[in-house]
Design a binder for this molecule. Structure first.
Ligand SMILES: Cc1ncc(C[n+]2csc(CCOP(=O)(O)OP(=O)(O)O)c2C)c(N)n1
Length: 356
């Protein structure tokens, strides 16, 4: 049997004790401090979103706690012209690409603004159909190739997505067409309650690249330094026509799959404890402290700034909720069919009768 671990050794630069075991590479200490500040804000947001669901303010939400380094690293090397094709959990990655954080809340509410990606931002709306976006990613990357744009596209997905047919079709298409695409798998070990060991018989996801004749990589997804450096190298290579590539970022979902499930029912506390010790934030914090670049006072400031930013996001979100329920009928047809127009009229009358 193929030994995937031997073929695709885990790339790491910053170990779980926050010690450099490689080089900072293209990153500087300043980059890492900024990254940590953003990570801390994202963690604050994610935890607040969880509480908002519990308070009934938002609907189902998929937390990304634990996956910050993987998501931030995935897009670290992209510039304005590159594309990101994300899933429902990739709010950290989307945020870095210019999608306002309130979109995560819009998504949970089915709010129509969730599709309003700001003009000029090369991000697709979050995909919830597992692995469908891998094909969309191929389409985007292929289009940029046909237009000779020389840009990189990153498509993100979970480990469970690699069990779907769409993923394999996408890998095949991408390799045959040699598109400038990086398949970025956030292997967080669980597809809801199904562990990786019950998803596949191979040791690694990276080795799936072999079957499609492309290069694969396995990186410590909780190590921002390793992920960001790898993505710098690979995005330069895809822009240069050397793609596609498959990256398996080995990480862990520290929370529930979504606010609708309880991981305590399907996974061991010992496993969670192991990964809490590998928390990407703790790791970066240890390094920054070791370098004398982070103090308790700065952490306190980061936290109060993060809280203030979250409050601003919430204010924008609450304001956006003040919309007519009739928007349900907007932006579907240019010429509204008679049946739908009549439904709209009936709905409008009902809303007037009972209130929105
Ligand atoms: C085509 C399809 N089948 C099933 C589902 C239901 N579903 C939602 S999330 C999920 C698990 C996905 O796991 P993974 O790809 O590892 O991503 P993660 O949620 O861990 O980020 C499933 C099966 C879906 N959304 N789409």
């Amino acid at each position: 049997m193929t030994d995937g671990n031997e073929m695709f050794p885990l790339i790491q630069r910053l170990d779980q004790d926050g010690k450099l075991v490689g080089e900072l590479g293209v990153l500087t200490a300043k980059d890492l401090k900024e990254t940590y500040t953003t990570m801390r804000f994202l963690r604050t947001f994610d935890e607040r979103a969880w509480n908002l669901q519990r308070q009934g303010v938002i609907g189902t939400y998929a937390p990304f706690k634990g996956q910050e380094a993987a998501q931030m690293g995935a897009v670290a090397a992209l510039d304005d012209r590159d594309w990101l094709v994300p899933t429902y959990r990739d709010w950290a990655a989307s945020y870095l690409r210019g999608v306002p954080m309130e979109h995560a809340l819009f998504f949970s509410k089915g709010h129509p603004s969730l599709g309003d990606i700001p003009a000029g931002k090369q991000v697709l709306p979050a995909q919830v159909v597992i692995a469908a976006q891998t094909l969309h990613g191929v389409g985007v990357a292929w289009a940029t190739k046909l237009r000779h744009e020389g840009v990189a596209t990153v498509v993100t997905f979970g480990d469970g997505a690699t069990s779907q047919g769409d993923f394999h079709e996408a890998m095949n298409f991408a390799s045959v067409l040699e598109v400038p695409l990086i398949f970025f798998c956030e292997n967080n070990q669980w597809a809801i309650s199904v562990p990786l060991s019950r998803q596949m018989h191979a040791e690694t996801i990276a080795q799936r690249s072999v079957a499609y004749g492309i290069e694969g990589f396995r990186v410590d997804g909780n190590d921002y330094v390793a992920v960001a450096n790898l993505m710098h190298e690979l995005s330069a290579r895809v822009r240069n026509g050397e793609g596609p590539f498959l990256v398996e970022a080995v990480t862990y979902r520290l929370g529930a799959h979504t606010t609708a499930d309880d991981p305590g029912k399907y996974r061991a506390v010992e496993e969670e404890d192991l990964w809490i010790r590998r928390d990407p934030l703790t790791r970066l914090e240890k390094w920054l402290r070791g370098e004398g670049l982070l103090s308790d006072e700065e952490l306190a400031t980061m936290d109060s700034d993060s809280e203030a930013k979250v409050e601003e996001i919430l204010a924008t979100f609450r304001e956006a909720l003040e919309i007519s329920p009739l928007v349900l009928f907007d932006n579907v047809y240019a010429d509204v069919p008679a049946g739908l127009a009549s439904q709209r009229a009936q709905f409008e009358a009902r809303v007037k009768e009972v209130g929105a």
